[in-house]
Design a protein around this ligand. Structure first.
Ligand SMILES: NC(=O)c1ccc[n+]([C@@H]2O[C@H](COP(=O)([O-])OP(=O)(O)OC[C@H]3O[C@@H](n4cnc5c(N)ncnc54)[C@H](O)[C@@H]3O)[C@@H](O)[C@H]2O)c1
Ligand SMILES: C[N+](C)(C)CC=O
Length: 490
């Protein structure tokens, strides 16, 4: 493996201060693919100090936005140059198919290019001041030192949504990737160094959430925490971030409804219901695992889903004909298994799947069969909780009002979909659905120009688009009196 397998602090590639390491496991066959340093609070403090110094000396934030943008665009070019290596690393680490990882790398390069291009496009705003002979302007400045914590399911994609806007806007940062999938993030730190990001501006600490992540969240020298991960962790981070009233951006989980009306294009809706869930074995925050189908087509729809699911090819992400890889870990496989068991105990009907595969070829990997549950109701655990596995629950509705009510019956509000050929009905539903993204006749599409984030407990703030820039900037009003006069009140 042509990779440094170290942490990156203040422009130096370093091992763990404690000397500890962690093995990174391939979820397809449980082989050790790399051994990386296991950092803790000690190097997190060093990395925070480096980022603090780099921010406070003002060099990076004072670098013209045009130059910062050019460096961010250079990172995009380097990602494209090394796309195949990055895609293979991502698949080794996560188990997802290389074809999916290639798509992720295109998206990631696109995110760096987008923020590189808009870095110098906001010169602030002049306010029509009510005070005569004055200039009133609003400018955006970098927040400062940013702690960035990412999950294991889309390791580099989620990192890119944080790194690119933070760099473009002149912040310094410390990133902590998921301890189980750090490889592509290490590689992108090599690429950021090659692109010319100065020492101290970007820092990488590897290690667990309870040590590195907790230190980043509580440190009073960190000005912003941007976190992507589960709700339970998000809540802990929110509490820790109160230490110095940090700015907070949280991208949390989802249990996402996909509403299928009888007047939808049937084959399109079936296809998209599958695409919406089974990529990366359902380990997607915005997976449309809650399929809500109009009564008159319900039975045919379930039948069509089941027929397609039975033909899925499970296997190594490196085999061209594999459609679905394994889950990320033994622990996660057990969690998904218990979740499915809870569905069965609550009365949901397993139409297909429901267990680990028996295929001898798949026994070393953390595989779970793609599963369709019918007969589901909103009170069931499998309908309310995020399973983060290859599991669809199907519910029925008979009126539009009921469909929207079911879709909104959730603590989550990340994303949802509506399939219908009645565009007025589609817009009516989209307006009533309480989610950060609503797709019409589409599912799980995202691109750098449009914001991403959740309503309700799916999060706080937005990544991507122009709003992604706002996360990493503070707004300042500068007022100048061009004709100051004494008042002589006192
Ligand atoms: N909204 C989105 O865009 C989005 C995108 C991807 C994943 N997710 C969500 O992420 C979850 C799956 O990822 P996961 O299992 O890695 O989540 P997780 O919450 O277990 O871990 C996420 C990150 O937080 C760190 N962490 C753990 N405990 C911490 C603590 N006390 N303080 C600071 N950091 C800590 C972990 O080490 C990891 O780097 C799912 O719920 C999924 O929906 C959301
Ligand atoms: C945000 N997304 C869809 C790329 C990954 C969610 O897990």
């Amino acid at each position: 493996m042509n990779l440094k397998l170290k942490q990156y602090i203040d422009g130096q590639w370093v091992d763990a201060i404690s000397g500890k390491t962690r093995d990174i496991i391939n979820p397809y066959n449980q082989e050790v693919i790399a051994t990386v340093p296991e950092g803790d609070e000690s190097e997190t403090k060093k990395a925070i100090a480096a980022a603090r110094t780099a921010f406070d000396n003002g060099e990076w934030s004072a670098t013209p936005a045009t130059e910062r943008g050019a460096i961010v665009r250079k990172i995009a070019e380097l990602i494209e140059r090394d796309k195949e290596e990055l895609a293979e690393l991502e698949s080794l680490d996560t188990g997802k198919t290389v074809e999916e990882s290639r798509g992720d790398m295109d998206d990631i390069a696109g995110v760096f290019r987008y923020y590189g291009e808009i870095a110098d496009k906001d010169g602030g705003e002049l306010i029509d001041s009510p005070i005569p002979n004055s200039v009133s302007k609003v400018v955006r400045e970098p927040v400062g030192v940013c702690g960035q914590i990412t999950p294991w399911n889309y390791p580099l994609l989620q990192a890119s949504w944080k790194l690119a806007p933070a760099l473009a806007t002149g912040n310094t940062l410390i990133m902590k990737p998921s301890e189980i999938t750090p490889l592509t993030t290490i590689k992108v730190f090599e690429l950021m160094e090659e692109a010319g990001v100065p020492a101290g501006v970007v820092n990488l600490v590897l290690g667990s959430g309870s040590t590195v992540g907790a230190e980043l969240s509580t440190s009073e020298d960190v000005d912003l925490i941007s976190f992507t991960g589960g709700i339970a962790t998000g809540k802990k981070i929110m509490q820790a971030a109160s230490s110095n009233v940090k700015k907070l951006a949280l991208e949390l989980g989802g249990k996402n409804p996909n509403v299928i009306f009888a007047d939808a294009d049937f084959d399109l809706a079936v296809d998209q219901a599958l695409n919406g869930v089974f990529f990366h074995a359902g380990q997607i925050c915005s997976a449309g695992t809650r399929v809500i189908v109009e009564e008159s087509i319900h039975d045919d729809f379930v039948k069509a889903l089941v027929e397609r699911v039975k033909k899925f090819k499970l296997g190594s992400g490196f085999d061209e004909d594999t459609q679905m890889g394994p889950l990320i870990s033994a622990e996660h496989l057990e969690k998904v298994e218990k979740y499915v068991q809870a569905g069965i105990e609550e009365g949901a009907v397993v139409e297909v799947g429901g267990s680990r595969p028996e295929d001898p070829e798949l026994q070393k990997g953390f595989f779970f069969l793609p599963t369709i549950f019918s007969g589901c109701t909103t009170d069931m655990t499998v309908v309310q909780e995020e399973g983060f596995g290859p599991v669809i629950t199907v519910e029925k509705f008979s009126t539009e009002e009921e469909a929207v009510k079911l879709a909104n019956d959730s603590i989550y509000g990340l994303a949802g979909g509506v399939f219908t050929n009645d565009i007025v009905k589609a817009e009516r539903c989209a307006a009533k659905m309480r989610m950060g993204t609503v797709w019409i006749n589409e599912f799980n599409l995202y691109f750098p120009h449009a914001p991403w984030g959740g309503f309700k407990q799916s999060g706080i703030g937005r990544e991507l688009g122009k709003l992604g820039i706002e996360e990493y900037t503070e707004t300042k009003h500068i007022f100048q009196n061009l004709k100051p006069e004494q008042i002589n009140w006192f």
